[in-house]
Design a binder for this molecule. Structure first.
Ligand SMILES: Cc1cc2nc3c(=O)[nH]c(=O)nc-3n(C[C@H](O)[C@H](O)[C@H](O)COP(=O)(O)OP(=O)(O)OC[C@H]3O[C@@H](n4cnc5c(N)ncnc54)[C@H](O)[C@@H]3O)c2cc1C
Length: 304
């Protein structure tokens, strides 16, 4: 069976692409290896996706996105894509159980936040531990929080959170920041932030939610406890791009590089959502990417 569009990954980017593709009357297949919604489905309350005055649960939003895409004809199959042949007019998509052919492929395999790897981290995820300041910052209004990291994201997060929170500690393992100069200038001037230099987080305490963290100074080995209500982990994200290594052009950090039509360096192969090299990784930007990818996939199908 020949498809017009095969979408790899069923997060918000994939389902937005599926919706636009199916509504354009293209024969559309979406392959998802785990559960629909991706990272979004693991999020309890989403406050910043337009159209929902009250926060919506990520899993519920995922179900709605999937049903909406299916309503217009998207076929959804739960299977992992294990190989791709992307060169040439007709692409081959191999899953654990089957082989599919398509005129275009949209890559939307997403990314995942790097974790600290500390005991208690899994238990307190979403209960004081967050990996996304833009997503969860507003739950910590007037509270004390710590941001872990020293790169652009960490410093940006600390600056952003200082506009909402009472106090923001930035815990950084070195004695200087890696972030760009402008961000550093902003944080150094910021009276609500305190940088804890040469320090790593070694423990997280709390029963129902985060109550405090243990910080170790890497130069003196001394440990101190810091009372905080929340921890924002900003030590990087990892794209799910292993599948396309050496197949499409990737950035230094292994994100897929696209043009503004979401097309990769291979004609007929598009990428959207968190797997792309981009500045803001959110549900709304993932959905927007998906719509654009499908729009130009349609043009590609029409041209061959
Ligand atoms: C804890 C947390 C809270 C967040 N909160 C918010 C928020 O409040 N608001 C907001 O806007 N954003 C939030 N985000 C960010 C948002 O969830 C992501 O930006 C968004 O989900 C990215 O969508 P995506 O479709 O690009 O990728 P993903 O959501 O990562 O989905 C990718 C999908 O591809 C599948 N996949 C991967 N490889 C394969 C393969 N080989 N074969 C088949 N399927 C595959 C995965 O299983 C996954 O389902 C949050 C993120 C996290 C981690």
């Amino acid at each position: 069976m020949m498809y017009d569009v095969i979408i790899v990954g069923g997060g918000p980017a994939g389902f937005a692409a599926a919706l636009y593709s199916a509504r354009a009357n293209l024969k559309t297949l979406l392959l998802e290896k785990l559960f629909s919604g991706g990272q979004m489905a693991t999020t309890d309350l989403i406050e910043n996706y337009p159209g929902f005055e009250e926060p919506i649960n990520g899993f519920d939003l995922a179900v709605q996105m999937e049903n909406q895409a299916k309503k217009y004809g998207t076929e959804v199959v739960n299977d992992e894509v294990i190989d791709l042949e992307l060169e040439g007019k007709i692409k081959t998509v191999k899953t654990t159980g089957k082989e599919y052919k398509s005129k275009t492929v949209i890559l939307s395999m997403g990314a995942f936040p790097r974790e600290l790897g500390l005991p208690g981290e899994n238990r307190l995820k979403g209960r004081g531990i967050s990996y996304c300041a833009t997503c969860d910052g507003s739950f910590y209004r007037d509270l004390d929080v710590a941001v872990i990291g020293g790169g652009d994201t960490a410093v940006e997060d600390a600056n952003y959170l200082s506009r909402l929170c009472k106090k923001v500690y930035l815990i950084h393992r070195r004695d200087s920041l890696r972030a760009t100069k402008a961000l550093q200038d902003e944080i150094f001037k910021n009276k609500k932030t305190e940088i804890v230099w040469d320090s790593v987080i070694t423990g997280i305490d709390g029963d129902e939610s985060v109550e405090s963290i243990t910080i170790k100074n890497v130069k003196t080995d001394s440990e101190t406890k810091l009372k905080v209500d929340g921890i924002f982990v900003a030590v990087g994200t990892i794209p799910n791009s292993d599948l396309v290594k050496n197949k499409v052009r990737l950035s230094k950090s292994n994100y897929i590089i696209t043009d503004e039509r979401m097309e990769t360096n291979i004609p007929g192969v598009f990428a959207c959502g968190d797997i792309r090299e981009k500045v803001l990784r959110q549900i709304i930007t993932a959905a927007s990417d998906g719509a654009i990818a499908a729009f130009f996939a349609e043009k590609h199908v029409g041209s061959i």
